[in-house]
Design a binder for this molecule. Sequence first.
Ligand SMILES: [Zn+2]
Length: 381
Amino acid sequence: MKGWSLLALACLLAAPGYAQGPADASLALLQKLADAPGPPGAEEPVRAIMVPIMRPLATRLSYDGMGSVIAQVGTSGPRIMIDAHMDELGGMVRRIAPNGTLTMQMLGGWLDQALVDQRWIILGSKGPVQAVTGIRDIHVLPAEDRTKVFPRDGLYLDIGAKDAAQAASMGVEPGDPVVPDAPFTVLNGTDNYLGKAWDDRIGCAVLLEAMQRMAKLPHANQLFFVATTQEEIGLRGAKTAADLVKPDLGLAIEGGITGDVYLGHPEETQVKLGAGPGIFLYDTSALPNRKLVALVRRTAETKGIPLQLDLVQGYGDDSSAIQESSGGVPTLNFVVPVRYTHAHNGVVNRGDFDRMVELMVAVLGQLDQRTVDQLRDFSPQ
Ligand SMILES: [Zn+2]
């Protein structure tokens, strides 16, 4: 919204299709979570949004040794771990060069072509420092290089410093976290929201809203709402949190992959933005529990919630870390479709988000000792 006039803002809020209005708590939460800077290992700003919402709802709130937040609701019944990760794609400052530019260690799965000519924010010791990844100028580039991707080895951050001393004086040093600079925007009065970090702040928002609803509803479980750290660099917080929670069942909430804009690749994914929440029947890291899949499909059908099924290659998620804990745990990865994950600018749909919350609440309402025992029963019938 930076630089917008009040009139432009009023026009946007009054535009057709903008159903929620400025007092919409979910919209405000989504904006706050998307805008919060929190690359792997530096999730503090996200934790600072989530913990004040979780603490009053929790029977007990604690942390694992990696910074994951574990908020328990209920003290008896099967142990259900509901998981979303707080970290986002980002980087760290590697080195300050003599000319004042910085090199960057990327954190998480970036495409090289997503890295150049972008704005970034470095979380320096004196506060945020704006940076841009420079691009080689077309006027000096050999013709044959004009269609090539710039490899990340040549990448640098320009912070406007004339030398290393000036860069250091801005409070920048090796190891400082770096995140995309891409503020949240309602996309032209539609129900689609443009912003960074939907992977997995959309999951964090589902987790918070589901927790708010479950705290008021009777249920037969110990629900552990877990906001994990360092997912993007190897599911690290989910492993350590699952060690402590010792779940009987695990439900991960993630950003899903859409196939509705780059057409012609039906085997990659067929999920569409705005067509409802989804579940993963396959990804590289995990296979879901088949009885749990059936339970979720039945629940969605009963509630009239459209459910998209997806199988994605080249994707890992926290459910696999939960799955392999405590001698094996039935899990499933739930997704809210995201266009353009792992990039500066992603798009989510508000209806998909709202229905994902409904689905999660409905599924949690189905669970009790008997149901969880059945899901965990592998004896031949
Ligand atoms: Zn993710």
